[in-house]
Design a protein around this ligand. Structure first.
Ligand SMILES: [Zn+2]
Ligand SMILES: [Zn+2]
Length: 373
């Protein structure tokens, strides 16, 4: 009889039977190891949580009172003979890949990751393993990122132009990750940084955790509109088109996301400017990260799993597509382009079809959950 794999997929999430714990489970379990604090990876309702210490305050803010144990990168925790250690994923502050070892067999669960050093998250570190479970949110060749210095040059220039033209500047990015990355890379000689409450709550949680961020001012009822209009406003995607945002008009509104690489994405989000900036690895980043693990097999959990799995198999990897509920965080939710907006470079793949397929994986999971090998 074939040996049971150290990690398996169940209808609750990635499970280690030997260690009796789950990694990023989406249904309540006794023992959960969490890669990072985004909602599709850190669910409420588990009895015990283990996460990186820089995720602590954000987890407590988002999930309320939980029983949470935190560790540093590289520290080892034993559970029933299974060694668990966390390594930087470079995705957001506190994000980790989970390395699991038992009797010489090593698995790594990437969670979400990017390979570019964003200057605020501990940079991604490849970890050698036998089996690698990877995301592939942007696993299509059309997704190729420029160095962030270039993107922030564009952002800072755009802000100056708005000031010159008498427009307020509103920059949208999701509240954990993108917002802090923006904040730390703005040219503060242009003016002050104002934040939407949802973003400031996350900033405050990170500051409680000892993270040093540039100064920000929370926008409240008492904020003076004319002062705010001289600075830059960082706002979450949920605020787009709301009266809250409209009251700062006239403004120019920019959107930071990897999806801005697809034609039409900017217009669909009604943005004046789209900045291609992602906290996920691009096509080359995914391939280089997977290659660096020297894994025997790789499992793809969310994103363009079908396309990317097929490509990896073509170039000689032993790649498998698996069904999970990851991929619903703001940046991962595909903007669903209409057929005429599809990028010509997308190699004939039907983006809508993939987005739909991924969705139904999640819905079917109750019945379809099984082992991954
Ligand atoms: Zn994430
Ligand atoms: Zn995710």
């Amino acid at each position: 009889m074939a040996k049971k794999p150290l990690l398996e997929f169940t209808d609750k999430g990635i499970y280690c039977a030997q260690g009796k714990f789950y990694i990023d489970p989406w249904k309540p379990v006794d023992d959960a190891v969490i890669t990072h604090a985004h909602a599709d990876h850190a669910y409420v309702g588990h009895k015990h949580y283990l996460a990186h210490y820089l995720s602590k305050e954000v987890l407590l803010y988002r999930l309320g009172e939980i029983q949470l144990q935190t560790v540093e990168y590289g520290e080892t925790i034993m559970k029933n003979g299974v060694a668990i250690s966390l390594y930087p994923a470079g995705h957001v502050i506190g994000s980790a890949q989970i390395r699991v070892e038992y009797k010489g067999e090593v698995w790594v669960v990437s969670g979400d990751y990017k390979v570019e050093d964003d200057g605020i998250s501990t940079p991604f570190e490849p970890v050698q393993c036998h089996h690698f479970i990877s995301e592939c949110t942007f696993g299509m060749p059309v997704y190729t990122w420029k160095p962030q210095a270039q993107i922030f040059d564009d952002i800072n220039k755009w802000w100056r132009t708005n000031l010159h033209n008498g427009l307020a500047t509103v920059l949208v990015g999701y509240s954990l990750g993108k917002a802090q990355r923006i904040l730390q890379n703005l040219d503060l000689s242009n003016g002050k940084v104002y934040t939407h409450g949802v973003i400031e709550n996350t900033n405050e949680a990170l500051r409680r955790n000892g993270v040093v961020l540039n100064p920000t001012e929370r926008i409240t009822q008492d904020s003076v509109k004319e002062e705010v209009r001289k600075g830059i406003i960082i706002a979450p995607p949920s605020s787009v088109g709301t009266p809250w945002m409209r009251k700062f008009g006239p403004y120019s509104f920019g959107y930071c996301s990897g999806w801005m690489a697809i034609r039409g994405a900017k217009r669909r989000r009604a943005a004046d400017r789209g900045f291609i900036l992602s906290d996920h690895a691009d096509w080359d980043g995914l391939i280089s990260a997977i290659d660096a693990t020297r894994c025997e097999s790789v499992y793809l959990t969310h994103g363009y799993t079908a396309t990317f799995t097929r490509y990896l198999n073509e170039i000689g990897f032993d790649a498998h597509e698996v069904h999970t509920l990851y991929g619903s965080e703001e940046e991962e939710a595909s903007p669903q382009p209409s057929p005429e907006e599809r990028e010509p470079e997308n190699q004939g793949e039907d983006i809508n079809e993939h987005a739909h397929k991924i969705l139904s994986f999640g819905e079917d999971l109750g019945e379809a959950g099984g082992t991954i090998s």
